[in-house]
Design a protein around this ligand. Structure first.
Ligand code: ARG
Length: 640
């Protein structure tokens, strides 16, 4: 498996220059040039080349002739004979009108076809990726088929050179992705799970594309609630503020502590005052308060880390507290720039087009969530030198990020569009996770909060049963490994396959289904493919020497369709990165396994004259599948 990623070992530019041009890009370039040569007087004609909906006609089509012919001087309309000296125009009969219309239509068709022909004639002589010459079927569309010999070579070169060469080229160098980001002393909820899964896939994909990726966990570890917690601990625990047992508390216990302290805070005005004083001491650097705060953070961190470990997600903790030292001077600076206004004693920044301002400091002097985000965006741009910032949170925070990005622009942290240092910044918003009944999600233990660890446990248990049913002889260790891979994979895939902005139902039955569009199905599909290669028992396949000696000859339509889908892998990734929607990748993967099934039903592999070629094709399917798994955070299985 190609899992070694050239992270850091090579400059992103170095990687990019090694990456191969996709079919789509090659054809696009050829047509762009042809259009410019054939119609030099029509500026800004973007070549439009896309896969066809109907593979019986062609693999790809170019439809520029339609647009271009509309912009050219039109052929004279067939006019009825002019009316004589002021008399009424003679009315046309229905039949005559019809004839006239048909004649006009024909003239249009002719022109469109002529334009299409002109584009074809202006294409370069040599188009190795296309079978024969692109041609029209008499109309405006230019049809083409991918050359099968060329396609076979591309697939084969992937086996020889590695799948890293198929990563899309991106203009960015360093991405900073803010994801997961749960809150200290609170249960990590399903929204945080969704952020973790989405963010990890985006991070993995950008890493694959050769970017340096900083994966930041912007945990909520600062704010007035800590004064409340610390004061409550000081007053209710046997050890008082110095109670070290806090450090070993699990999230459920911490959450209960949080709840009780909040109740007290709301009900008891004197406690409220003492809690406020504790915030002051904490911010002033009081050692006891700081230690109590650190114990709470440590306990939460351990619980979060346990989830990340199970999911195989890497994150660097850089919580809100990290930015605390920058807040006061930041607000001063903004005031100096004249972009701060007063609103009932609070300091705010207005952003054009937004109904409310971003509050950066309350009347009582406290800083807020948004102040921290403003300091954070500046740090990520100016210190981290990120040229692509990504924030993965629920859609409910979209308004907050509009304000943060707008304020950062106003403050000059985000350079304008025409500046070469202009960064790409995305808020990747997502919808809700609901229970299978469409209501709020619950776990078996019930209660107010879903424990993420319980969700993970249940998915794993269910997969354990599935695996045991099919392989009674499986050993303990392998069973544990496989059921983790399948169970956690099922949860991740069920999340990623939905468009991120939709609400989806967390449904164990659906996500663990062996036959649906699930990770379970796909992991088994991969294991089946791996078993074909095993059965062939040809060491030349696994050691890579067959890929250097034999060639992939695509003959059967199912082979051609499969290879065509394989070479579209980078295109699927480009599409996914355009609007940061991993469901485009899951869709790609699901179709890949479908095309493989059609191939395998129609084409025997072992013992056939085409064995070498087909084994290589099978092997490349497995490689691409594993790369998809890697990007989706799934661990491949090799045996059923
Ligand atoms: N802690 C926040 C929450 O649970 C998410 C933080 C997202 N990141 C950020 N930079 N604001 O909703």
């Amino acid at each position: 498996m190609a899992s070694g990623h050239a992270n850091g070992s090579q400059s992103p530019q170095g990687r990019a220059s090694m990456q191969r041009t996709t079919f789509r890009e090659m054809v696009h370039q050829a047509f762009q040039g042809a259009i410019e040569r054939a119609f030099p007087d029509l500026p800004n004609q973007q070549a439009v080349v896309a896969p066809t909906g109907n593979p019986k006609i062609a693999d790809y089509q170019c439809n520029n002739a339609m647009i271009i012919s509309g912009r050219l001087p039109q052929p004279p309309k067939e006019k009825p004979a002019p009316a004589e000296n002021g008399q009424e125009k003679p009315k046309l009969s229905k039949a005559e009108q019809k004839k006239l219309k048909a004649a006009e239509q024909e003239a249009r068709n002719k022109l469109q076809n002529k334009v299409a022909q002109q584009i074809i004639d202006a294409l370069p002589e040599s188009l190795p990726m296309i079978a024969g010459r692109p041609a029209t079927a008499g109309g405006a569309f230019i049809n083409m088929r991918v050359d099968t010999a060329w396609m076979g070579q591309v697939v084969q070169s992937m086996l020889v050179e590695g799948i890293d060469k198929w990563a899309p080229r991106l203009p960015h160098k360093r991405a900073v992705i803010d994801f997961s980001s749960p809150n200290v002393a609170k249960e990590m909820h399903v929204g945080h799970l969704r952020s973790t899964i989405l963010g990890d896939t985006l991070a993995r994909t950008l890493e694959y594309c050769g970017l340096e990726v900083v994966r930041l966990n912007h945990v909520g570890d600062w704010g007035t609630q800590f004064g409340m917690l610390i004061q409550y601990i000081a007053e209710s625990r046997p050890g008082g503020i110095n109670d070290t047992n806090i450090e070993h508390e699990d999230l459920g216990q911490l959450q209960a502590l949080y709840k009780k302290s909040k109740e007290r805070f709301d009900a008891d005005p004197e406690f409220k005052e003492r809690a406020k004083a504790a915030v002051g001491r904490l911010q002033g650097g009081d050692a006891e308060c700081l230690q109590a705060w650190q114990r709470i953070c440590k306990a939460s961190r351990q619980a979060f880390q346990a989830v990340y470990d199970r999911l195989g997600v890497k994150l660097e903790e850089r919580g809100e507290s990290f930015y605390n030292p920058f807040l006061a001077s930041l607000v001063e600076e903004l005031a100096g720039q004249g972009i701060i206004e007063d609103s009932n004693g609070a300091k705010v920044v207005w952003v054009e087009g937004q109904e409310n301002p971003l509050i950066v400091q309350k009347a009582d002097g406290a800083f807020l969530y948004g102040t921290t985000d403003l300091a954070a965006i500046r740090h990520r741009l100016q210190t981290e030198k990120g040229d692509w910032l990504i924030y993965v949170t629920d859609l409910g925070q979209a308004g907050h990020f509009d304000l943060v990005f707008g304020s950062a622009k106003k403050a000059g942290f985000i350079l304008p569009k025409d500046d070469p240092g202009h960064p790409r910044i995305d808020h990747v918003g997502f919808g809700l996770v609901l229970g299978a009944d469409g209501k709020r999600i619950r776990t078996r233990s019930g209660g107010d909060n879903v424990r993420l660890s319980e969700l993970l446990d249940e998915a794993k248990e269910r997969c354990q049963t599935t695996i045991k049913d099919r392989r009674e002889d499986i050993g303990e260790e392998e069973l544990d490994m496989a059921s983790s891979a399948m169970g956690y994979g099922a949860i991740k895939y069920a999340d990623l396959k939905n468009h991120r902005t939709t609400n989806y139902k967390f449904d164990f039955d659906a996500m663990c289904d062996l036959k649906g569009n699930t990770a379970v199905y796909l992991l088994y599909a991969h294991a089946r493919i791996a078993s074909i290669v095993r059965k062939a028992d040809r060491p030349e396949v696994s050691d890579g020497s067959l890929a250097k000696s034999a060639s992939i000859d695509l003959e059967h339509p199912a082979e051609v369709a499969l290879a065509l889908h394989l070479i579209r892998f980078p295109e699927a990734l480009e599409d996914m990165l355009e609007d940061l929607t991993p469901n485009r990748l899951t869709e790609y993967l699901y179709i890949l396994s479908d095309k493989f099934n059609t191939f395998y039903t129609n084409c025997h592999v072992i013992g056939e004259a085409q064995e070498d070629s087909r084994l290589l094709l099978v092997q490349s399917v497995a490689v691409v599948m594993r790369q998809c798994f890697h990007l989706l955070g799934l661990t491949p299985l090799y045996r059923i």
